[in-house]
Each structure stands twice: as C-alpha cells, then as structure tokens.
Design a protein around this ligand. Sequence first.
Ligand code: NDP
Length: 288
Amino acid sequence: MTATLIDGKQISAECRKETAASAEQFVNETGVRPHLAAVLVGDDPASQVYVRNKELACERAGLQSTLHRLPAETTQQELLALVQTLNEDVSVHGILVQLPLPSHLNSTQILDAITPLKDVDAFHPENVGRLLQGRPRFLPCTPAGVMKMLEVSGTETAGRRVTIVGRSDIVGKPMAALLLQKGADATVTICHSRTAEIAEECRRAEILIAAVGIPEFVRGDWVRPGAVIIDVGINRVGDRLAGDVEFAAAAERAAAITPVPGGVGPMTIAMLLQNTLHAARLQHGFVS
Ligand code: NDP
C-alpha cells in the first residue's frame, strides 16, 4: 500500500477531547449539562449498536444522554407525541431519531416535527435550507466529519475536482453543499444510479467520496493516481465490515485513503457531540 491512512479513530478522539473540554466549561458557566435525547423505535440490531455507541460517546465527553426505546409497533401519533414532549423539555438540547424507522412510520413527518433548534442531525428543512444558503445552524454530522478529515490530513479543497458517488439526503447532498461553501470552494460532481460513465467521473476526481452502500463499488482502477479517497460506506459482508471502495487496489494508487472501519464512522459520532454542545449553547443564548 502506498497511500497514507487517514485515521478517523485518532482524529475523532481529538475532536471528542475538545468537545469534552468545551462542555465542561459550559457546565461551569451555566450549571447545565448539554443533553442529547435519542429515540430508538424497534429492535433493528445495527440501530441498537449505533445508538449505544452514541450514548457511550456522550458519557465519555461529559454530555448527558437519554435513550427513549419504543416498541416496533409504535404508532405515528405516539412517536410524534414523544418528539413534541422532547421539543418542549428545556433540559433536552438535542433530539436524535435513529433511522431507519419501521416501514409503517412516516420518517419525513417525524424528522420535520423536531424543533430546528434541537435538530442535531441537521435533517430539518429549515436547517438544510440554511446550509444551502451558506449560513448553517448545525453541520450535518457525516459530511462535517469528512470535512474535518480533509482539513486534518492537509487536503486542500479549493479549486479541486471532487466527485461524490451517492446523492442521499444524509450524505451525498449535504456533502456537496459543504464542499461548495465559500471557503471550501471545490468543484463538485455528484454521481448516482443514473450517471453515465461513472468510472470516468471517478477517474477525474482529485478527491473521491464514496457513499453508495454497495461493498467495494468503487474499483481500484477508477482511482486517479494521487487522489484522496474518502470511503463513507459501511457494509456488512459476512462477519466483516467493508466500505464502498475496493480498498487494497485503491490504496495502491491514492495519495491518502480512509479505512473501514475506523474512518468516517467515528467522525460522525464526534460531530454529533459537537452539535449537541452547539445546541445547548444556542438554547442558552451563547450563540445565535
Ligand atoms: P442511500 O442508499 O440513501 O444512498 C445511496 C446512493 O448511492 C444513492 O444516491 C444511489 O443513487 C447511489 N447508488 C446506488 N447504487 C448505485 C449505482 N449502481 N451506481 C451509482 N450510484 C448508486 O445510502 P446513504 O447515503 O445513507 O449511505 C451510503 C453508505 O454510507 C452506506 O454504506 C451507509 O451505511 C454508509 N453511511 C455511513 C455513515 C458513517 O457514519 N460512516 C453515515 C451514513 C451512511 P440513486 O439516488 O440514483 O438511487
């Protein structure tokens, strides 16, 4: 392997340390501990692990977290009522509804019901709109984690060609929005399932970001020599986790690459903690 590894575990540990120090300062100044309320509906095993990891990360950074577990047969009205209670609870600063929700529930309506000031995932239309206008309230966690990895690894984005594979509301689209911001100034191409000649689009990329959800979708020979590769994918293949990039072959051509696991995943949680602290500051009038 010739590429440098961009170590998400290490970078996220630094971020979490900074958040913990700032959270302690906030507690000293206000007597209030930043508080994340997580909602988990049903018993999807992957979601249980994600929520548990978020809880543990909160604990370690000195943030309060409360998990609301609801049965799989919870109705839309019951879930909306819980969100409303959390919206009105002044001791709760951030609200996270773990996705995916069981299929009988309307996720869009639930996410829209979270008050924008507590929307630490940055999914609410008001927060998405603000991001697109270049005045974000919360940074979307996974894309913000990717930006942090680019920054810490010394990867310049200004004027560079970035290709994002995937156009989801959670990763691809907000990733493009962040890279387009003034200050980031990248030239962005977004690919999806109807993109023609996707290999060629990838080969043009100086920075290639994969968020497809298909193991090793991006082949090693799609990587431009010297490119920086960010692999957002987390896919279970038998008893191991695989990214969306053919890692070994890509690492032979790339200048730098993120591993899976230990890449973008830990960064997403670190950014969630930052957003929870930011939410507490917002609600206590420290920032507007
Ligand atoms: P989605 O399924 O919501 O989106 C996948 C995207 O990939 C879609 O835009 C889809 O295109 C595109 N796509 C699918 N098949 C192809 C294809 N054959 N050619 C080109 N494009 C294709 O996934 P997410 O964005 O939510 O997640 C992507 C991956 O990232 C998953 O592995 C997920 O587990 C992981 N993930 C990791 C996170 C982390 O913290 N590291 C956080 C969130 C996600 P179209 O729109 O046309 O259907």
